[in-house]
Each structure stands twice: as C-alpha cells, then as structure tokens.
Design a protein around this ligand. Structure first.
Ligand code: NI
Length: 183
C-alpha cells in the first residue's frame, strides 16, 4: 500500500498498449488498486491508470469528488475500478473540455471527444459490467482509457493554440469549460 511515482510524458511505457488482465490477475490486484488510490489521492487527481505508475496493465480507477458544484448532475456512484475496458461510441457528436493529466504536469489542453459512450469492462470481482456515460464523466473515462492504449490527451488536441501552461490557462482561457483536476 503505497504512493507510487507517476511517470511523465516522454516515458516510453506511457506509449505502450497495456496488457489485459486474466480473471485471476484481477482477483489478485488489490495491491495495485490500492497503490492507484493512494497515488491518486496524493496527487489530487480524479482518475489514474496503471501505466501512469509504471504498470503496463489495463487497469484504471476514477473517483470524482463527492460534491462538485460545477458538475451537480454527475452520477451518484462516484468510484469506478475498471479492468480490460472496451469503448463503443453512442453519439459521435463531440464535446470539449480543458483537460489536465498527472503525467503531463503543469499544462491544460482543450480536447474534443464523443459526448456519449458505452464502456464494457470487468470489475474487481472480474464480473462484466456495462455503463453508459455522457458529458463530463464520458470525457474522464475516455481520457483514462486512452492511457491503456498508449495515447495522451495532447495527441487529441486539434487546435494547438489551446494547449497552455496552467498560469496562462487561468489568465486567458479559464472561462471555457474545463476539468477541475488532473486525470
Ligand atoms: Ni491522464
């Protein structure tokens, strides 16, 4: 049970396709999951994927702050532990948020992603789960899933004028829609 170092953009492991876990590996993953929670709490993130702590496995957690006035209609069930996810786009109309990433510290970038998706994944008991997501949570899930497939949010910024250091983001861009935290 420990906080782990978060690896940063440039580390080749962040560009690998992470390996799916077997059912047995999922059932024995408590230490990995606890490390993810400890690291996310320490870094004040709202999501983190195993590759970000140097483990190339398809595991990620997402935990939104319990009370976030900016996003009052976010799901009441606010902790997700996901393994081997697969995404289906339900509505390819895009929505944009300013995103940040624990592996790309100090920056924010505006990313447009499909607004509604379906995620099939295995939970901590290795049971199949399916969840439909839209809005903010759909973006957070897509950001985390990207980490499992070697993609960083900076790859998905179509308008490169919307990649900014945090100080300049606050000064010049903060009235746009944004994620509050790194993921
Ligand atoms: Ni990230």
């Amino acid at each position: 049970m420990a906080r782990r170092n978060v690896i940063r953009m440039g580390h080749p492991l962040l560009r690998e396709l992470a390996k799916p876990l077997s059912k047995e590996e999922i059932l024995n993953s408590q230490e990995l999951i606890q490390d993810l929670f400890d690291t996310m709490a320490e870094e004040k993130g709202i999501g983190i994927a195993a590759p970000q702590i140097g483990v190339s496995l398809q595991a990620a957690i997402i935990e939104l702050p319990k009370e976030n006035p900016r996003y009052p209609d976010i799901e009441e069930s606010d902790t997700f532990i996901i393994f081997n996810p697969k995404m289906t786009v339900l509505d390819s109309t895009t929505q944009g948020y300013w995103e940040g990433c624990l592996s790309v510290p100090g920056l924010r970038g505006f990313v447009e992603r499909p607004r509604k998706v379906c995620i099939d994944y295995l939970d901590q008991e290795a049971n199949s789960q399916r969840i439909e997501l839209e809005g903010f949570l759909a973006t957070v899930f897509q950001h985390e899933l990207d980490h499992l497939f070697g993609v960083l949010y900076v790859d998905r910024i179509s308008d490169k004028t919307k990649l900014s250091f945090i100080e300049e983001f606050i000064q010049f861009h903060s009235e746009d829609e944004q994620l509050e935290e790194d993921v």
